[in-house]
Every structure is written in structure tokens, then in C-alpha cells.
Design a binder for this molecule. Structure first.
Ligand SMILES: Nc1nc2c(ncn2[C@@H]2O[C@H](COP(=O)(O)OP(=O)(O)OP(=O)(O)O)[C@@H](O)[C@H]2O)c(=O)[nH]1
Ligand SMILES: [Mg+2]
Length: 387
């Protein structure tokens, strides 16, 4: 199954329903008056973050989401019903981006978070609302306000605590498989992993989520290999585990390639806390380990941990190191819920207003001439005479 991490969708909130033009007409009731109710509000476009979803695959098959239009108003001052909302259920961690794919409009970080993204248009006033002291029988109504519509991108960034980074074949997926219940594909050719995998690590009584992403190569930021688009999946992690294949001739060069790509990617990735692991130690002689570890420590200026995902040698200390970093980072910066995006586009009125010069009140008959009333020929005649 292909992992789908973004989708383009069209959203439209419902238009408001039109107001009604109606008059009270009852036998023996002398002064009826206008009683056309208001139109109903259009349905909203609601976006909801739910647990248990981890892809946006549904949005590949259905791209258009339209909320229902508000119902029209009716006589006897009955207002139209509100249109039904349309609710998009997305995985936690989904961002809504503008068509430019850059401007973040909404960030859903908490399960259950529910945001009205596009509000339905308001219903139009019925003629009862246009009654004034000088015009007691208006035939004016408002057709309702339009809903909002726009194309947006849904983008999912998996929320993992730790991210695995490295060149292809560094042993990232092997590490994930060794430390979690995840079963990623592992093979001795580059780009075995084509989409991110997540796994839950248990270290003592604690748990954290680790993400394995496709390997990076030199020039990934220019699109080489699978490019750097998967880095978005580790952008939000609290710590990175940078794995280096210890069997490579020049481990320092391997390290620097990845560092360079992180810097080219931008954001705060390069500044993120990094744990460096010299991997595949089982395949190395002791003196090789010492030599490569020392070279890496000199190049990075940080401690380098030695491990083997294949034999699990040195893996536990790495997990505790990651866990400590995650806990520390959570203390410094607890999870933040981003404020929902607010809509600031004013809605222009549409449609024409009905001309209200025509007053249906007939002084002589003491009745209103109702437009809807097709069989009142006599009234119409009387009215023509008046006009
Ligand atoms: N000897 C040894 N081999 C390992 C170790 N970890 C991984 N390998 C081997 O290295 C090869 C690549 O392993 P993967 O886990 O698929 O590497 P990856 O970093 O996920 O690779 P990509 O998904 O292509 O980026 C496989 O043949 C693994 O069996 C290790 O600790 N020791
Ligand atoms: Mg892999």
C-alpha cells in the first residue's frame, strides 16, 4: 500500500437559503401583513482530527466536499432549516494548507480537535424583515449569502517523538524492527523504505514513537533519490537518531552528507537534538569501531554511540538516551495546540434585491395582493387600476 501523505480537496460551505415573500391572508382577519420567513444558514465545512487514522488515502478517491445549502424561508414567518454540515475526518497531525502548499491554514494536533473551517452563508431575510412604517407590504427579500469555497491541501505529518535519519542502507528499518513491533521491509539495497513507518518503543515503563523514513542521499534537497519530502515527517520529532553504516569506508563523509541535507532543508531540522549512532558494529573489528567512533566524534563534536540493530548490541543505551532527550524536551516545551485559523474574507451580498415600490396592499378591498396567489384575478385588476 502506498502511503499517501497529502491530498488536494475542494471545500465548499453551503449557501444561505433565500428569504420568502409571503403575506398573511385569512378570511375574517383584516390586517394580515408580510410574513415571509428568513432563509436557513448554509452548512459548515468542519474538520475533525480523529484517533486511529494514519493516512489521507480516503481523500484520494473523493475530492469534493460540499455542505448543504440552507432551506428557503416560508410563509407564516417560518424560517428555513440550516443546511447539513460536511465533516472531514482526518488523522491527528494533519495540516490544512492553502493552494500554494505553503501557507498553513490549520494545524490539527489533538485527537478530537474540531474546527469550523468554512462557515455556511447566512440565510436571506424574508419580506417580513423589510416591513417599515412607510412600506407595510414589502415584496423585497434577500436571496441569502453565499458560502465559502476554496481548494486546499491536506498534509499529514506523522507525529513521532524520535526520527530515524541516515543514508540508504544505514540500517534504519532494521533498528525500527528491532526496537518496536513494526515490520518494515528490510533489504540490502538502497531505498528499500519508500514511505515512512512508525513504531512504538518501550523503554522500561515508558513509551515513545519512532519514525523510520526513506534514506537521504547527497542532493536530496534538489530531488535526488526520493528527495527530502519525507523530512517533513520528522520535523516535529523531539530528537533525531542519525544512524551511520559502520561498514562504510568514510563514515565522516556519510555523516556530513546528511547534515548538509538537513541544513538545506531548512526549518529547525538542523538545529534539532541529534543522537549519533555508529551502526552495524557487529560487522566491525574493535579497532575499526574505535577509529570510526573517534573520527565521527571529532567531526560532529558530540558523543557517538556504538550499536548494532541486527544483534541489538548497544541498542538499549541508545533508546534510553532518546527517551531522556524526549522527556527533557517535553518539560521544556509541552505539546502546544495551535490556534485555529480564522476566516477573514468578507462575504459580499449576491443577487438583486426585489423592487419594493410595488405595494400589494389594496386600500379599497382591504386585502393584500399576493404574488403567489394565481387565482386572484380580481385583486390583480384592482391593483392595475391603482398603479
Ligand atoms: N551487519 C549488520 N547489518 C545490518 C545491520 N542493520 C542493518 N543491516 C543490513 O543492512 C541492510 C540495510 O538495512 P535496512 O534496515 O533496510 O536499511 P535502511 O536504512 O532502512 O535502508 P533504506 O530503507 O534503503 O534507507 C540490510 O541488508 C540489513 O540486513 C546491523 O546492525 N548489522
Ligand atoms: Mg529502510
Amino acid at each position: 500500500m502506498k502511503f499517501l501523505d497529502q491530498a488536494k480537496v475542494f471545500l465548499k460551505s453551503g449557501d444561505g437559503g433565500p428569504g420568502a415573500v409571503a403575506f398573511r391572508r385569512e378570511k375574517f382577519i383584516e390586517f394580515g401583513g408580510p410574513d415571509g420567513g428568513n432563509g436557513g444558514r448554509g452548512g459548515d465545512v468542519v474538520i475533525e482530527a480523529v484517533d486511529g487514522l494514519n493516512t489521507l488515502i480516503d481523500y484520494r478517491y473523493k475530492q469534493h466536499f460540499k455542505a448543504q445549502r440552507g432551506n428557503h424561508g416560508m410563509g407564516s414567518n417560518r424560517n428555513g432549516a440550516k443546511g447539513n454540515d460536511v465533516v472531514l475526518r482526518v488523522p491527528v497531525g494533519t495540516q490544512i494548507l492553502d493552494e500554494d502548499q505553503e501557507t498553513v491554514l490549520l494545524d490539527l494536533t489533538e485527537p478530537g480537535q474540531r474546527v469550523v473551517f468554512l462557515k455556511g452563508g447566512d440565510g436571506g431575510f424574508g419580506n417580513a424583515a423589510f416591513k417599515t412604517s412607510t412600506n407595510r407590504a414589502p415584496r423585497k427579500f434577500h436571496p441569502g449569502w453565499p458560502g465559502d469555497e476554496r481548494w486546499v491541501w491536506l498534509r499529514l505529518k506523522l507525529i513521532a517523538d524520535a526520527g530515524l535519519l541516515g543514508l540508504p542502507n544505514a540500517g534504519k528499518s532494521t533498528f525500527l524492527a528491532a526496537t518496536t513491533a513494526a515490520k518494515p521491509k528490510i533489504a540490502d539495497y538502497p531505498f528499500t523504505t519508500l514511505a515512512p513507518n512508525l513504531g512504538v518503543v518501550r523503554a522500561g515503563d515508558e513509551e515513545f514513537v519512532i519514525a523510520d523514513i526513506p534514506g537521504l542521499i547527497e542532493g536530496a534537497h534538489e530531488g535526488h533519490g526520493l528527495g527530502d519530502r519525507f523530512l517533513g515527517h520528522v520535523e516535529r520529532t523531539r530528537v533525531l537518531l542519525h544512524l551511520i553504516d559502520g561498514t562504510a569506508d568514510d563514515v565522516v563523509h556519510s555523516y556530513q552528507i546528511i547534515r548538509h541535507e538537513l541544513e538545506a532543508y531548512g526549518g529547525n531540522l538542523a538545529g534539532k537534538l541529534e543522537v549519533i549512532g555508529l551502526n552495524k558494529a557487529d560487522a566491525l573489528l574493535d579497532e575499526e569501531i574505535e577509529e570510526k567512533k573517534a573520527a565521527l566524534e571529532e567531526a560532529s563534536g558530540a558523543e557517538v554511540m556504538v550499536l548494532s540493530g541486527a544483534t541489538s548490541q548497544g541498542v538499549q543505551p541508545v533508546l534510553y538516551r532518546l527517551l531522556t532527550a524526549i522527556k527533557q524536551s517535553k518539560e521544556e516545551e509541552p505539546d502546544v495546540i495551535h490556534a485555529p485559523a480564522t476566516r477573514s474574507i468578507p462575504r459580499p451580498p449576491v443577487g438583486q434585491r426585489m423592487d419594493d415600490e410595488y405595494a400589494g396592499w389594496n386600500e379599497e378591498t382591504g386585502e393584500y395582493d399576493d404574488l403567489d396567489d394565481g387565482d386572484s384575478d380580481d385583486d390583480d385588476d384592482g391593483n392595475d387600476a391603482k398603479g
